[in-house]
Design a protein around this ligand. Sequence first.
Ligand code: UDP
Ligand code: MG
Length: 325
Amino acid sequence: MRTISILIPCYNEQEVLHDLYDRLSMVMRKIDNYNFEVLFINDGSKDRTLDIIKSLRDFDKRISYVDLSRNFGKETAMIAGLDYAKGDAVVILDADLQDPPELISEMIDYWEQGYDDVFAKRRSRAGETWLKKRTAKIFYSLLKKTTKFSVQENTGDFRLLDRRCVEALRQLRESQRYTKGMFSWIGYNKKEILFDRDPRIAGETKWNYLKLFDLAIEGITSFTKAPLRLSTLIGTAVSAFAFIYMIIIIMKTLFWGESVQGYPSLMVVILFLGGIQLISLGLLGEYIGRIFNETKNRPLYFIDEYNDEKINLLGHDKHPVKKGN
Ligand code: UDP
Ligand code: MG
């Protein structure tokens, strides 16, 4: 019998875990021709999340957990989960039941038909503000225009991944992760299914606009050099314009003389160019910052506990944590 791992990153989710478990066990009961592993990644929660997971594990051994040494963020929690998941396929699921677990059986059907990455696309996004939908739309259209591979719009991390995809993703060990882009980047056979995204059942979203802006910058700078190209283009255009303008000014001065004036135009040009230069510097900084972070080559995360066992880094090789490249 094949095993399906359900990977659930959790950060301060004490209010939702019991409901989540109830819904999940109902789903698992209906799908009886597979083994299940429910793998919780506790991402440094400060509430009772870990205790609840442990108590669930006490009476259901299908539950495993990885307890990270601190809060690393969802992107890192997911790669930790992929490192530890044992299944022949892995389903990534949010803890807050915004992703209906009932879809899992449909995902498995498509997986059986030979698809490697069955992802759930949001038909609607209930419980999200107009501004959030709008900014998401702008971000996706920017990303789409600037990357060379196709980006999946309006999909989250809710998907079923075949072992092949999991192993591929595990090779991508960059520390500033934009996993949504990676799913597209690795390729393989993809299948889309549609669903209506529910509002969170309890607790609060961990995202604010500043974090989302961060993720957007992450997404763009980790997958495309287009902004650098753009600043080169603007630089070229402005220089060309300045060159032509220079010739015009010289001619004018030669033939008609020049009574010194032009403070406003000088000011405008200086400010405008200064602005462009600062933006380009900032952009360069973004990319150099990424290089800086990646060259440190640190492990992506540390683990405090795996299934009731304290992890000592010396016993590291017992566990499937593996450095890529
Ligand atoms: N999450 C996490 N680490 C974090 C933030 C969030 O593991 O630092 C988990 C969280 O517990 C949830 C999922 O990521 O299972 C999605 O988070 P959330 O619901 O806050 O995001 P939203 O649905 O609003 O995009
Ligand atoms: Mg949510």
